[in-house]
Structures are given as C-alpha cells and as structure tokens.
Design a protein around this ligand. Structure first.
Ligand code: ATP
Ligand code: MG
Length: 535
C-alpha cells in the first residue's frame, strides 16, 4: 500500500456510527426552531422541563417497557458498567483456571485460593464504596463463593476423596463467580417515560400539587435497521402528566397541546388517530382479548408466523400488523370499543366530546393498541405526510399503572413522545423547513484605525441583536464584499480610513447594491427599523 492510500484508509476510518448522524447548520436552525416552539407552547400549558440522564439501569426499561417488546428484547444498547477493572480480570482467571487444573498440585491450589479471596475482597470493597450494586442473587453468589472458599482452605489434596471434594468446590466457585456480576447493567435510554416516572418517585413529586406536568427533549437510542425516518440515535420531544385525576379533560388537553404545537411548527396534513383500549379487567379489555383470541384461532392458518405466535403471547399486537396479506382478515376481527366496560366507555365518549369542544379534529382507529397491561383507555397516534412507511410522528396514551409498577404509589399517568427527526423531515418535505438565517451584517474593514472601529461596531451591533461577521484579517474591499455575498449577508458595513475620519460609515445593501452613508447612531437606527419591517 502506498503512503497516500494508507493515509486515505486512515482518514476513512472515522465515520459516524451506522444509524447515527451529524445534524449540521443550516438544518440545526430548524431543529432549534422546533425545540423553541415546544418550550413556548408547553409552558403556556403549565408544563415544566425535566432533564434526565441518558443512561439508566437496564432493569428500569425491562420492567416498564416489558421484556417481550422488540425494544427490550432486541433494540437496547446495554452494557456492563464495570466497577473495578481488576474484578473482571480476577473473575476470568477463576473461571478459566482448569488449565492447568487448580487441584493438580499444592502450588496451583494455593494460587487459585489466593485469586478467589482477592476476588471476594475486591468485590466487597467495591460494594462498600458504593461502586457496585449487587442484586440479592449476586449477593447470594458471593456468599456461596466465600463458603466454598472456606471449605477449600480446610481441604488437603492428599487423598482421592478430598481431591474430589476440592474439585467440586472449584466447579461451584466458577459458577457462582459468573452469577456474581462485576458491574451494573446499564442501558442507553430507548425512551423517556420510564425515567420520568422514576424521577417522580425518586423526588417524592406525589407531595407536590397534582398533577405534575413535565416535558423533556433529547436523544433516544434503539438498535433498529436504519432507514428514512428510523435511526439508532434519534430525538424525541415528550410530555407526561402524573398524579391527580384521570378526568377525560386531562386526555383532551394533552392532545390539544400536541396539535397546537404541530400547528405552530407549521406541520401540514397531520392526522390524529385515537382509540380507547379500556382497562385490564375481566369485564373490559381482558374479556375482549379472550374474544379476540377465539376469533384469531379460527383464522390462524391464514396468518403469517409472527401473528400466529402473537395469538398466544400478545394477541392485541396482531392488530398492529402491516402485512398486506393479513389486512382483510384483521378487518373482520371484533372491535374493542364494543367490549369496553361502562366506565371506560363513558371516559372515551367524554374525551371525544372534549376534543370537539376544543376544535381538535380526530379519526378513530380501533386497531391502535398498546401491548402492555398498564396502558389503558386513551391511546393516540399522529401521522404526517412525506415520510413513507415511517409516518408516525407521535405516539401516546394513558398508563395509570406504570408508576406503581416501578415502586411508587398508585398514580394516574398519560403522555406522548414526538419523533423529532420525523417531524423535521415532514417539515422539510412540505417546504416548511426554511428558517431565515445567514448574517445580517458583514464588516469589510481596511486599515488599522478602521480595524479598531470595526471591532467596536461589531460589539455594538451584536449587543443590539444583529448577527455580525467580522473578518479576522484585513482584506481588499472587493474580496470582502464577495465573501459577504457568499455568506448570504444582508448588508456589508464598509469601514476604511476615510469613513473613520469622516465619522460617516458606508452601508451596502447586498441585494440591491445600494450604498448609503450614515453616522454611527443613524446607522443603528436604520438597521433597527429595517429589522422591524422584515420581522
Ligand atoms: P415505530 O412503529 O415507527 O417503530 P414506535 O411505536 O416504536 O414507532 P414509540 O416508541 O411510540 O414509537 O415512539 C414515539 C415516536 O418516536 C414514534 O412515533 C416515532 O416518531 C419516533 N421514533 C421511534 N423510533 C424511532 C427511530 N428509531 N428513529 C426515529 N424516530 C423514531
Ligand atoms: Mg419501533
């Protein structure tokens, strides 16, 4: 390989990881605009922002999202946060020790025992230092190792029987070391609802005036197949209302806020779908699921393998199927709306009535479901045009059992998560993606005196809220004006020695080529007026 090719190879090495991307200017201006709109709209509805950690214990997501979901079973970025680097090394030595057999001679035997006690000592120290957080199972494993290690220290290798006993202990220690776990399992958050609920519990927010209304925004991580509108690092803007009542007015208002936000962003053609999935009781959703199961069993052989499996594991999710061949069959299945209990039926009717009162247009979609027990009653989804098959820009619903599931008090809850990447894509596709940007003023200066004046002018203009480019090196006016054009500046402020000594500054409007002389204070006044006209 030639030096040049080797260098090229080297350069090629670093690229954003598959499914992640850099979001660059000018597109970031649109992201900021969308996020500012969220801050603005949500605060008018009385929501406060919550900033959450990017990673949490794996268990938080496993419990709240559910082990059987795609997100938990295949999409999470999980890793072991190793507390003390020596621990996994010792664990490896212990579990790999059979070569040579630790009971082959006295020397091996005592080296092995020293290794085991080093492991238990390090482990206990890490726990005492709050570096490691073993589960009851891990603790039991550590106790087993210590018990077996005690047995070993009283064992000799003299006869076949005691050697056999030692071997058994070595095997048992190997197993227990694997169970003990030398770090905490952490996961990059795939969503934020679980974290918000954890924070609600952790900070005793149930003692605040209820409900507590929170919103968040930021990156989420799921290991999915990257495609348009689907990334491994993507961004969500979401909100949750926790505590207080589950009155339909809460559901209707949260949806009203969402639609107000989309509207303010300039999103066109968004469709709101709603449904009620009742609650987890025999006279409501559970009864419906039985009927759904029975109906599915009858058409089982016409369904694909995924749906066939779901008849037993999660029949509601069959309704989610996008398989073309299954659509006609699914259309004949019973609807949950016909099997809701009276209370859930009334709740749903009132949510719909209140959406009408608020002027929010919706479509009912009986196939909109959630696969987890604690989801209940109102569910909704919003789709937007220009996104192909990834057209959901928001999903949400009521989840009254979640806080309790995570160890908190019984708490009502409802929320949504907007896919910001998809929202931005849809805005761009519809031509709404342009956010005015570019510089207001480019300062073309020549000469030492002019430089000092230019620095002061830049400071004053920026203070007045204008975006200003001040070139760091002197350049000929022609070149400077060319640069101003390329940057899309509205004006060039021309400062040469003449301008400085006369106290009259030249302002060139780049779109027309018109040049006007101003005193310093007139200039600021003129620019201010122009800005008010254009905004
Ligand atoms: P989908 O059916 O599109 O996979 P989901 O049901 O997994 O969506 P939710 O967990 O409800 O999505 O997340 C809410 C929103 O977040 C979605 O409506 C979507 O806009 C967005 N979203 C989810 N996963 C991704 C991803 N991998 N990339 C980009 N946006 C995503
Ligand atoms: Mg998904």
């Amino acid at each position: 390989m030639s030096d040049a090719t080797a260098k090229k190879e080297e350069r090629r090495k670093f690229q954003a990881i598959r499914g992640t991307r850099d979001i660059l200017p000018p597109e970031t201006a649109l992201w900021n605009h969308v996020e500012q709109t969220a801050h603005g709209v949500f605060s008018t509805f009385g929501y406060g922002e919550i900033r959450l950690p990017i990673f949490e214990p794996t268990d938080l997501f496993a419990r709240s999202i559910g082990e059987e979901t795609d997100v938990v079973s295949k999409e999470m970025y999980s890793f072991m946060d190793i507390a003390v680097p020596r621990l996994p090394r010792l664990a490896n030595m212990i579990t790999e020790w059979p070569w040579p057999d630790p009971t082959s001679d006295e020397e091996q035997f005592s080296a092995y025992q020293r290794c085991v006690s080093a492991f238990t000592d390090e482990y206990e120290r890490a726990v005492a230092d709050d570096e490691l957080h073993p589960s009851p199972v891990n603790k039991q494993a550590l106790q087993d190792i210590k018990d077996r290690s005690n047995t070993l220290s009283g064992t000799s290798l003299k006869d076949a029987q005691s050697k056999q006993l030692a071997r058994e202990s070595v095997r048992a220690i190997g197993l227990a070391v694997r169970i003990a776990e030398v770090g905490d399992y952490l996961t990059l958050r795939p969503e934020a609802t679980a974290s918000v609920c954890r924070a609600y519990i952790e900070h005793g927010m149930q003692s605040l005036p209820q409900p507590v209304k929170l919103y968040y925004m930021g990156p989420m991580f799921r290991r999915e197949r990257p495609q348009k509108g689907r990334y491994r690092q993507f961004y969500q803007i979401g909100a949750e209302i926790l505590g207080g009542t589950d009155a339909p007015g809460i559901d209707a208002e949260v949806i009203e806020m969402l639609m107000t936000f989309f509207d303010k962003c300039g999103l066109q053609g968004a469709t709101l779908y709603i449904n009620s999935i009742g609650h987890n009781a025999e006279n409501c959703r559970r009864g419906y699921i039985e009927k759904l199961k029975a109906a599915l069993e009858k058409v089982k052989d016409k369904l694909g393998p995924d749906s066939q499996r779901r008849i037993d594991t999660n029949p509601l999710r069959v309704l989610d199927s996008k398989l073309e061949s299954e659509q006609a069959i699914i259309a004949t299945l019973p609807h949950i709306a016909d099997h809701l209990c009276d209370e859930c039926k009334t709740h749903y009717a009132e949510v719909k009535r209140q959406l009408q009162v608020r002027g929010v247009l919706y479509q009912e979609n009986w196939r909109l479901v959630r696969g987890l027990d604690y989801y209940m009653r109102t569910t909704f989804e919003i789709t937007a045009p220009g996104l192909g098959s990834q057209n959901a820009v928001c999903g949400g619903g009521r989840y009254d059992g979640l806080v309790e599931l995570l160890g908190g008090p019984p708490t009502k809850g409802i929320g949504f998560a907007i896919g910001e990447d998809r929202l931005i894509l849809s805005l761009q596709e519809s031509g709404k993606g342009q956010v005015p940007q570019g510089r207001d003023i480019y300062i073309a200066w020549m000469g030492e005196k002019a430089h000092a004046t230019a620095i002061r002018a830049a400071k004053d203009l920026r203070k007045a809220g204008f975006s200003v480019d001040l070139p760091p090196l002197e350049q000929k006016f022609g070149k400077a004006l060319g640069q101003a054009d390329k940057l899309g500046a509205k004006y060039a402020l021309i400062l040469g020695d003449d301008e400085v000594s006369e106290g009259l500054w030249t302002l060139k409007t780049l779109s027309t080529g018109e040049q006007t002389k101003f005193t310093e204070s007139d200039l600021l006044e003129f620019l201010r007026q122009q800005k008010n006209v254009s905004s």
